[in-house]
Design a protein around this ligand. Structure first.
Ligand SMILES: [Zn+2]
Length: 321
């Protein structure tokens, strides 16, 4: 009840950012980069343990873009030169040029590495097929559905590999779902393929968007828990869930990851009180709205410390352990 966790990414330390830049320029060999990523992963596990979080993450120290990372490790993709997105962000976009196939585990080694560093459960984390499809170019499949379904079959193998490695929690990120409400049925169809027969607790994170259009249909996603950004709208989304009850577990975002301001313990307890108007306490896992990679290390630590304190006090006040 009211377990605490995070959505996935943590800020990368400056030393790792420098190592990644050097590696890109060919000035650092891959083994040295891996060493830097491992050190940063050990540090982020230690940080989460010191904060007292219940379910840990590996912090995604080895990833750049969340779609490109998986495309680089699946068969059938090539990666475009730098493409400019909104504003001044540049990224490399995956291009499907051959049928997509899963050849070998992508994240399992990182999952194992992180899990060996702690007795607390570490979440397995992947990017979902709908988002992979939406964020890639397709030169192989006849339409978006065929492309997404091929990705779903490939990613199902990764989820199976994570479960076989011992992951008790597996999160399939689908930030794109809320941006394309007209394709919610495709997102549901592909999630069914990804999680079929998986014995772990399955979670999907969806970024903030047009939930009026996809709710309650999104409750059809084949996962145990849907993780949502709620703090950035001051819990306005709860009105939707008052109309039609939320039938899954909720990953309850209580920290606005786009704000430098550190939420106070009282503010977070206020969000938890509001959440109890529509969710049962047994339905709730508490976390930040989204990944923390855009915050400074100090901001991330301060926000999470207040989150853990707020949950501890809140549970004490209600007599829940
Ligand atoms: Zn998000």
């Amino acid at each position: 009840m009211l377990e605490t966790t995070t959505v996935g990414s943590f800020p990368k330390p400056e030393t790792l950012k420098a190592a990644r830049a050097q590696a890109r320029r060919g000035q650092l060999d891959p083994a040295q980069l891996t060493q830097a990523e491992r050190q940063a992963t050990r540090d982020v596990i230690a940080l989460q343990e010191s904060l007292g979080l219940d379910v840990l993450v590996d912090g995604e120290m080895y990833r750049g873009d969340m779609a490109t990372y998986f495309a680089e490790h699946l068969e059938g993709f090539t990666i475009s030169p730098l493409v400019r997105s909104y504003g001044n962000r540049y990224y490399r976009k995956p291009i499907a040029v051959q049928p997509i196939r899963w050849r070998r585990p992508i994240t399992v080694e990182w999952y194992r590495f992180a899990q060996e560093a702690t007795l607390k459960p570490v979440k397995g984390m992947i990017t979902g097929p709908y988002t992979m499809m939406d964020w890639s170019f397709n030169e192989v499949y006849p339409d978006r559905r065929a492309f997404a379904i091929a990705l779903a079959h490939a990613l199902h193998e990764e989820v199976q590999a994570l479960a076989a490695a011992g992951a008790r929690y597996i999160q399939i990120d689908e930030p794109a779902i809320s941006t394309r409400p007209d394709e919610i049925e495709l997102a549901i169809e592909t999630m069914q393929i990804v999680t079929k027969g998986i014995q772990a607790k399955t979670i999907t994170h969806i970024c903030y968007g047009d939930f009026e259009q996809v709710y309650p249909r999104m409750l059809g996603l084949a996962v145990d828990q849907i993780d949502l950004e709620l703090a950035n709208s001051q819990y306005a989304l709860l009105d939707l869930f008052r109309r039609v009850p939320f039938t899954k577990e909720i990953g309850l975002g209580v920290l606005d990851v786009h704000s430098h301001a550190v939420e106070t313990v009282e503010q977070i307890k206020g969000y938890l009180t509001k959440a109890l108007e529509v969710f049962k306490p047994t339905q709730i896992t508490v976390d930040p709205d989204c990944g923390l990679k855009t915050r400074t290390a100090e901001e991330a630590r301060a926000k999470l410390a207040n989150m853990v304190t707020a949950v501890r006090e809140f549970k004490g006040e209600h007599g829940w352990s």
